[in-house]
Design a protein around this ligand. Sequence first.
Ligand code: BDR
Ligand code: CA
Length: 303
Amino acid sequence: MIDAIIDTDPGIDDALAILLALKSGRFRVHAMTTVAGNSPIEDTTANAEFLLALAGRGDIPLYTGARKPLQRDLVTAPVHGKGGLAGVRQDRPASLTDDAPAKTVEIVRDSTQPITLIALGPLTNVAQAILLDAEAMSRVQEIVVMGGTFGGPGNMPHGSEFNLYVDPEAADIVFRFPVRTAVVPLEVCDPLKFHSDYFKALRDEDIRRPVTRMMSGFYETLLSLKQEAGVALYDPITVYYAINPSAFKLTPRQISIGLDDSTDRGRTTGTAVIDSESSGLNFVAESLDLQAFRRDFIKLLNG
Ligand code: BDR
Ligand code: CA
């Protein structure tokens, strides 16, 4: 069992990542925390509530965090459609607790088992938790991050990736923090494209219906925008890393992140680690056994 906190900004691929984590039975999820990213915090929180209920896990505590990045205005990703989940959730106001960083610190400090922190959105909450209590946060076993690109074209200006572009200052804090970080970048996930058809094998009809609707909506939107045939699912692959790290090839890298709006905001550079002193902190996934993920994803979602 992996003791985990999932920090997320659902988002369609976050939604599938959350369902993967909750249905797989591989995690003891101590809390879900929401952050503003793909959509404003009200939507990411209402979506997280909706997904916990969908998975039958309303018992998992949900805390809400940052309403905006540390130093910047929020940039959202309208590509996820109405409400951030292609309109599948009924409108319902979310109650905001604003305490995700404090609760993260508390859980990490008090847990008898080391916590894996899975970050699927901008890193604002994680950075705030570090700023709040670095000593407690140094007990985190591993921070697993969906973010960045190392040599790929990116999906935001300056060849950056969305999560790190939205809050580069937060990412900078996290990558400098002396806790092991495993980063799953865009290019590891991009070769694998999904269609709603893949999810027809979901056994639970109550989950199959909204998932296939979300995926069809996402597919249509991406097709109209980029003529892209199929949807890359970044966040579930990041959760899969926590489940099956041996399916990934990781390389130690010293990660630096651009902070300049006009030239390199959010752009990641991974320098090869040569001396042993700086090794052992940040690891970047370079490849994934794509067939293993395609095979396991649906099995794990089916529980
Ligand atoms: C990341 O950005 C978001 O839109 C997705 O949910 C994913 O976490 C990919 O760049
Ligand atoms: Ca996300």
